[in-house]
Each structure stands twice: as structure tokens, then as C-alpha cells.
Write a new protein. Structure first.
Length: 145
């Protein structure tokens, strides 16, 4: 296992752990397993907990990926942030869809459904971050780009 892969696994593990803790606290204690009424729409507790987790894990995860995992990337920070945001929102959408299907259709308990969903998204996310968000340009790219 290379150093970058180890750092990704460690940083991702920390951010994922934080996400689970926030999801669980939000689901069990903040939203108390009841829908969260926004006046114009009621979010299921598991969906509200997912978005709460996003609010904390997005900035923390970006910091870890930029400064710990992919620190050798020469891409401008604002470009990285934009790409990370696009990928994170895409992953959030996938997470939301998978969570709804697992909880509402397959009747899996939300905390377990979130674990299953996270495993799927982690696999996709590493490849996408390495090749899109924090892509390290090689010498050939420098000449042609």
C-alpha cells in the first residue's frame, strides 16, 4: 500500500467516522427518528441526519484531502474546492438515493443502511478524487496543457 493510499484510507476513515457519529446523533437525538418539518417539506429523520452530516464533513474532508492526502497536487485551491464540492454533492445525491431505497423500500434500519451506502460510495470516491478533484499533472500534461 502506497503512502498516498494509506493517507487516503486514514483521512477518509476519520471523516467517515465523523460522518457516522454526526449521522447517528442527528438521527437518534436531534431528529429523534421523526420527520423534520421544514414547513414546505418534511424530511425523513435519516435524510435530515444525512444533510446534517454533510454540513460538517464537507469542509473537514476537503481540508484532509487537500493538505494531508493530495498535498502534492499543484492545482489551484479554488479549482480543487469546486471539484471536491461537485463530487461531494454527487456522492451526497447517491447516498440520499441509496439510503431512501434501503430504508424505505427494503426496510433496512437507517444506521445499517448508511453503513452499506458508505462502503459503495467510498470505492467510487477514491477513484474520482484521485483522477478528477486532486489530479496530479504529469510531465506530458504540462507540455500539452
Amino acid at each position: 500500500m502506497g503512502l498516498q493510499t494509506f493517507r487516503y484510507a486514514a483521512s477518509g476513515g476519520i471523516n467517515t467516522g465523523l460522518g457516522f457519529v454526526i449521522f447517528y446523533i442527528g438521527f437518534k437525538f436531534i431528529f429523534r427518528e421523526h420527520p423534520f418539518d421544514l414547513r414546505f417539506y418534511a424530511l425523513e429523520a435519516h435524510s435530515a441526519a444525512l444533510f446534517l452530516s454533510f454540513c460538517f464533513c464537507f469542509p473537514f474532508g476537503f481540508f484532509l484531502m487537500k493538505y494531508v492526502v493530495f498535498s502534492d497536487s499543484k492545482m489551484k485551491g479554488r479549482v480543487q474546492l469546486f471539484r471536491y464540492f461537485v463530487l461531494y454533492v454527487f456522492n451526497l445525491g447517491l447516498n440520499y438515493i441509496f439510503l431512501r431505497v434501503l430504508v424505505e423500500s427494503l426496510k433496512i434500519y437507517p444506521v445499517f443502511a448508511q453503513i452499506i451506502t458508505t462502503v459503495i460510495i467510498i470505492l467510487f470516491s477514491y477513484v474520482a478524487q484521485r483522477n478528477f478533484t486532486f489530479k496530479i499533472r504529469n510531465a506530458e500534461d504540462e507540455i500539452t496543457g
